[in-house]
Design a protein around this ligand. Structure first.
Ligand SMILES: C=C(O[C@@H]1C=C(C(=O)O)C=C[C@H]1O)C(=O)O
Length: 435
């Protein structure tokens, strides 16, 4: 069904990833995934570009996972796209009445005509037969693609809540924890801008350069854009192995090495962050056990600290072997939405977050990724992401943090600001371009 052609990356010169994304900009549908050559455990491709939809699946209705299952069985091909957080309503029988200004469809996947996969020294082009005579020409055009200099833009974001409002809501959420309704919840707030004129490509280039996150992505489907600098993997499947890498525990980076090392070691030893992380590890173990063969759920790394450009993060890696009878969508549905973005117990945490948050999360807290013809897949967690509707000119990002009985709302507010810093900075950027 697809023609595959290989090229050597060493022959393609410098900045091939950037040229690839620049070349892809002329396409109507673009999904670009970039690991920023990170040394993350279980890193797979260095980068992937998928462009031009041959077919697409969009859903705003119930039974989205069933539709995805049908679409996948019919196409038996590579699929790229996203699952939004609000698919939870389908899974957990919850309704969401929170405000939605972005209006993204709840689920959107495409079967791209053209795919470029980068791994080690190899560049693979996977083209549908109808366009396979364009591979060589496209490769030459990519090599010649100009990487535009990012433009600076000065945009301020408005908070949906002032700090006092956040603190008062966080206290109400904490009272549910004290009453024993839940023991952890990921509580989120929105920063937004109306009538925003941005160049999504330049903004993403700035963001990606400033963050170098292992699960970054640039997504454009119609007028819906995600400019994502996520450090977090939701779920990967390779053959019969599932890998989930939840993050709980965040600290800012220090300016000096000694300060940075102290912040890192404080995070590693902070009982609140450790307990937050372990609660989610337990939840993920439970979710994985639903589809696992006996005694195969395994915590491979617990509370390891990984350092990124703006933040230190505490990450755990949990794996399992999945029974062969489960389909891709059954596996995704059994873990969605990811525990790190809900809290625990999952159902009650989702309901409580929904009640006290005022913005519908939409694609934030969802997952962007791909499914292969061999039924493997890899999806990130959509955080540290600017979402943009180029028709309505609404630009927004959300940030959140885990509240447990040990949480201090003032500190949680500060943690949210740390997480949003890169997003504010790139849109306000004047100097992040690199030659
Ligand atoms: C909610 C966010 O991040 C989540 C919460 C984290 C935490 O509490 O430390 C870390 C990573 C994410 O799972 C966000 O970045 O908006």
């Amino acid at each position: 069904m697809r023609t595959i052609k290989l090229f050597h990356k060493s022959l393609a010169g410098k900045n091939f990833e950037q040229k690839l994304l620049a070349w892809g900009q002329k396409s109507n549908e673009i999904i670009y995934l970039d690991s920023n050559q990170s040394e993350h455990l279980y890193q797979n491709y260095e980068a992937i570009l998928a462009v031009d939809a041959f077919t697409a699946l969009k859903s705003d209705d119930l039974y989205a996972f069933e539709k995805l299952n049908e679409y996948q069985s019919k196409t038996k091909d590579w699929l790229f796209g996203y699952l939004s957080y609000d698919l939870k309503n389908d899974i957990e029988s919850i309704t969401s009445k929170n405000e939605d200004h972005l209006l993204f469809p709840e689920l959107y996947f495409i079967q791209p005509k053209k795919i470029w996969l980068l791994k080690d020294d190899i560049i693979e082009a996977h083209y549908l037969k109808m366009v396979d005579d364009e591979i060589e020409d496209d490769f030459n055009s990519i090599l010649k693609a100009e990487i535009p200099k990012s433009k600076s833009q000065l945009l301020e974001f408005s908070p949906r809540w002032q700090k006092e409002e956040y603190v008062s809501k966080a206290k109400q959420v904490l009272s549910h924890i004290q009453r024993g309704d839940i023991y952890e919840v990921n509580f989120c707030q929105e920063f937004f801008r109306e009538h925003a004129e941005i160049d999504p490509y330049a903004t993403f280039s700035n963001l990606n350069l400033a963050s170098k996150a292992p699960f970054s992505s640039f997504l454009k489907l119609e007028n819906f854009y995600a400019l994502c600098a996520s450090p977090e993997r939701f779920l990967r499947k390779e053959n019969d192995k599932l890998i989930s890498q939840p993050i709980k525990g965040t600290s800012k980076r220090g300016k000096e090495i000694s300060e940075d090392e102290k912040l890192k070691s404080d995070l590693k030893n902070d009982p609140k962050e450790i307990s937050e992380n372990i609660m989610i590890v337990d939840l993920v173990r439970n979710d994985l056990s639903k589809t696992a063969t006996k005694s195969t759920v395994n915590v491979e790394e617990l509370c390891e600290i990984y350092s990124f450009e703006q933040v230190h993060q505490m990450i755990s890696t949990i794996t399992s072997l999945v029974k062969s009878s489960y389909s891709v969508t059954e596996i995704l549905e059994s873990l969605f939405p990811m525990g790190s973005m809900t809290g625990a117990p999952k159902h009650s945490a989702i309901k409580i977050a929904e009640k006290y948050e005022s913005t519908k999360r939409g694609l934030y807290s969802g997952a962007i990724g791909y499914i292969t013809p061999e039924n493997d897949f890899d999806f990130n967690v959509v955080i540290r992401t600017l979402l943009y509707n180029s028709e309505t000119k609404y630009l927004s990002y959300m940030v959140g943090s885990a509240l447990t009985s040990l949480a201090d709302p003032e500190r949680e507010y500060e943690e949210c600001l740390v997480k949003g810093k890169a997003l504010q900075y790139v849109v306000n950027a004047t100097t992040v371009t690199e030659d």
